[in-house]
Design a protein around this ligand. Structure first.
Ligand code: SF4
Length: 375
């Protein structure tokens, strides 16, 4: 019998001090619901711990929202419940997302006691005018001191989030933010281009952003600088020093199974996908039933595999198409070869992956490949 790969566990913490102007993640600002939510999440952890009996879990990720805003005591209880309910591997990666304004010594001590070994800070920019423009409530001095405090508390695996393509931001301004972030000695960086989501404050306001060419140049410069600093570009928006890739997020990209708990959280577990509705009240009182409980058909899985793997520098393994999905890889290979001529794809043995230039047009390439699949 084949032993299933270890699970990932995602816990959604849907609270933020204030909604950022660009954000459409599910979160609320009513802190009076935190205790009841924590109790409900712990109940859910126990329930799904039982459902996953016999499986090992080797990554835990507390994301949000703003997990650090929930406070050290609640987070410690949550992490304790995870240890009680899930069979954690000895080397489990336990990540907690933190925002600078809610990170202090009390929180970091609690996270250490809870076993967290990786922190991800939402820094976004090193210039206070840019931070204000996108509705962040911290300034860079606060972000810097939070990250330095985390180092002092023994957290050596630290990821920073940064954004480019902000209104009025030039490439030099972004690269200056990047340099200031690199001085904080992160092991990992996630760099996202700003997208205007229609239901957000900035989406409604529709400010002028740097044009596509400027954003593409910034992206290519960012890839270059991080490579010079020894970072591997292992996913479209993610960069890690050797040995420091996000093991949890990598599960999403290689179609490993994971359980997601909390409003808006998704799961791929026992071959089924399901999600909790974006409804904190329903989650807290136990009336929010999971939805989309359907088996994932083979064809959909194969497309999903292509779509997710093409986001990564490891790319698509042609043998996987044959062995996992029983399809002839020849038509895919023909598309990959055609795209190699203009420098959008590269071959590495039996693997094909997108180049930095390919990542810039990844959506079109993914469409071409999935078209080849449907033919
Ligand atoms: S702190 Fe994060 S989750 Fe909360 S509103 Fe801002 S971007 Fe969204």
């Amino acid at each position: 019998m084949i032993t299933p790969r270890p699970l990932g566990l995602y816990l959604h913490i849907p609270f933020c001090v204030k909604k950022c102007a660009y954000c459409d993640f599910y979160s609320i600002t009513d802190a009076s619901r935190m205790d009841a939510y924590t109790d409900a999440l712990i109940r859910s952890i126990h329930e799904y711990g039982e459902k996953s009996a016999g499986r090992t879990t080797d990554t835990v990720y507390l994301g949000g929202g703003t997990p650090s805003y929930l406070g050290g005591a609640r987070l410690e209880c949550i992490l304790h419940a995870v240890r009680e309910s899930f069979a954690l591997a000895e080397d489990t990666e336990i990540t907690v997302e933190c925002n600078p304004e809610s990170t202090d010594a009390v929180l970091l001590d609690a996270l250490r006691r809870g076993g967290a070994n990786r922190l991800s800070f939402g820094v976004q920019a090193a210039h206070d005018n840019e931070l204000r423009r996108i509705g962040r409530i911290h300034d860079f001095a606060r972000a810097r001191s939070a990250v330095l405090l985390a180092h002092e508390h023994g957290f050596s695996n630290i990821s920073l989030d940064l954004m480019y393509g902000l209104p009025g931001q030039t490439q030099d301004m972004f690269l200056d933010s990047l340099t200031q972030c690199l001085a904080l000695q992160p092991t990992h960086l996630s760099c996202y281009g700003l997208k205007l989501e229609p239901m957000t404050e900035m989406g409604r306001e529709a400010p002028v952003l740097p044009d596509d060419d400027a954003q593409a140049d910034t992206y290519l410069a960012l890839c270059r600088v991080l490579r010079q600093h020894g970072f591997e570009h292992y996913e479209i928006s993610n960069f890690a020093l050797p040995g420091f890739r996000s093991r949890h997020n990598s599960k999403y990209w290689d179609l490993s199974e994971y359980i997601g708990l909390g409003p808006g959280a998704h799961s791929l577990f026992d071959g089924r996908r399901f999600a909790f509705p974006r409804d904190i009240a329903g989650f807290t009182d136990g009336t929010a039933a999971v939805r989309n409980e359907e088996e994932v058909p083979d064809f959909e899985r194969q497309n999903e595999y292509l779509m997710l793997r093409l986001r990564t520098s490891d790319g698509v393994e042609l043998r996987d198409l044959e062995e996992r999905y029983h399809v002839d890889p020849a038509p895919y290979e023909a598309v990959f070869r055609a795209l190699a001529k203009p420098g959008l794809t590269e071959q590495n043995g039996t693997r094909w992956h997108l180049t930095d230039a390919g990542f810039l047009v990844s959506n079109s390439i993914i469409n071409m490949i999935t078209d080849a699949a449907s033919r």
